[in-house]
Design a protein around this ligand. Structure first.
Ligand code: PLP
Length: 413
């Protein structure tokens, strides 16, 4: 792509991928000079002639890796299994191949269940470890604690979450041990902790090393807890740590894994991976009851196979991590921008001076506050993906430099 201004990026030409409609910024949006980049898009869609080579909106949305599209390899894999009849509900040859492929990938026998979302993977996976009168220890900033509307409670028929604190999004073995040793687990008033849930990479963009994980799961086991990993961004953690999938999961003591794929190139599937067959006895019924047993499971399984084939998942994750590092290095050079946590995967949190945030609006850049209820906090979350280009990052950084210079001039004047 040629060097582009910010507005060029918003209105980049694209006559190939979807030529029958275009997006245009609404008049109200232009008049109000509303920021359109990175967040809400005040635009409308209108039809146009396929041969016109329409201008298609190309917004850069760093609010989440959920905004990215699908890797072409995965789309091709879906279409390859589209023809012909196959047995439903996971009895198809594609899902059977998936079991063998994941056993090879993780270097261990395992049960793999494709599910439609990361939340379903977490709820279903944790329901195997904690029942209605039991509890799950997790980080206070974990997705299960703050963003899943009680999904773990729902899937487990009432297990309670116990959120603990930990710097940079990580729990430590010490914190977990302290909590467990100071709780009277025999008291009927206490919901007995039975599972520890760890997010890899964490919600704050840091990662647990295999050593961190081993220390945590050792404490958990000692107190009778099994370990679940929310691996919505497992590939990003693997890419950051350059270790094997087995090293970062079952070899480090993880019993059940939520295997993320959608954020990193798949279209519509994640999976639950169970490393201990004894834990899997009820899972098929639980999957059915929760509406997660897809009748045409071959399409989910084909996505997961293509995702790991030829290292696609790691290539995509390395790309996303590199984009986050590029952004972090740019921010680190800028006065008024402070990184909140180490940038180890594809999430970046930055504190930005309010005057700069205001100047950014005239550059049509709007960052998303980490806490929408407290926008005055000036802490922003940016997430890169396999589809984020260097040029987009550089264009964004150039806008940040201009905004920073403008606010510095205004402060002097
Ligand atoms: C760490 C983590 N776990 C789980 C999820 C849930 O994934 P989904 O939105 O696909 O259900 C997310 C989504 O953002 C996440 O960030």
């Amino acid at each position: 792509m040629r060097a582009a201004s910010l507005l060029d990026l918003i209105f980049a030409f694209n006559g190939i991928s979807n030529p029958s409609f275009r997006y245009v910024m609404s008049a109200e949006c232009r008049a109000a000079k509303l920021p359109v980049l990175l967040d809400g898009l005040p635009v409308r869609r209108e039809p146009c002639e396929p041969r016109q080579g329409c201008r298609t909106l190309r917004p850069m949305l760093l609010r989440s890796d959920n905004v990215a599209g699908v890797s072409p390899e995965i789309l091709e894999a879906i279409s390859r299994v589209a023809a012909g009849d196959m047995a439903p509900y996971g009895e198809d040859p594609v899902t059977i191949e998936l079991q063998a492929r994941f056993a090879e990938l993780f270097e261990r026998d395992c049960v793999v269940l494709p599910v439609s979302t990361g939340i379903a993977a977490n709820g279903l996976g944790l329901s195997l470890l904690a029942g209605p009168l039991e509890a799950v220890i997790c980080h206070r900033s974990s997705h299960i604690a703050g963003s899943e509307a009680g999904s773990v409670e729902f899937f487990s028929n009432g297990a309670r979450l116990i959120p603990l604190d930990g710097g940079d999004g990580r729990l430590t073995a010490h914190t977990v041990e302290q909590f467990l040793s100071q709780t009277d687990l025999a008291r009927p008033a206490v919901m007995r902790p039975r599972a520890l849930s760890l997010t890899q990479a964490t919600e704050l963009g840091t990662v647990y090393s295999p050593g961190d994980l081993r220390a945590l799961t050792e404490v958990a086991r000692r107190f009778g807890l099994r370990t679940h990993m929310d691996g919505a961004r497992l590939a990003n953690a693997l890419a950051a740590l350059d270790c094997s999938p087995g090293d970062l999961t079952w070899r480090a003591g993880v019993d059940v894994l939520s295997f993320g794929a959608t954020k990193n190139g798949a279209m519509s599937t994640d999976a639950v991976v169970i490393f201990d067959r004894d834990l899997a006895q009820t899972v098929a019924r639980r999957q059915r009851r929760s509406g997660q047993a897809a009748s045409k499971m071959r399409f989910a399984s084909a996505q997961l196979l293509a995702y790991v084939d030829n290292g696609l998942w790691l290539r995509n994750a390395r790309h996303a991590n590199r984009a986050a590092r590029r952004l972090a290095e740019g921010f680190a050079q800028l006065a008024g921008f402070a990184l909140c946590y180490p940038v180890e995967a594809n999430l970046l949190f930055a504190r930005i001076e309010p005057a700069i945030v205001k100047s950014l609006a005239s550059e049509r850049v709007a960052f998303r506050p980490r806490d929408a209820m407290r926008p005055e906090d000036s802490e922003f979350r940016l997430v890169t993906s396999f589809a984020t280009s260097d040029e987009e990052i550089d264009t964004l950084l150039a806008a940040c430099i201009r905004a920073q210079q403008k606010s510095a001039r205004q402060a002097v004047g």
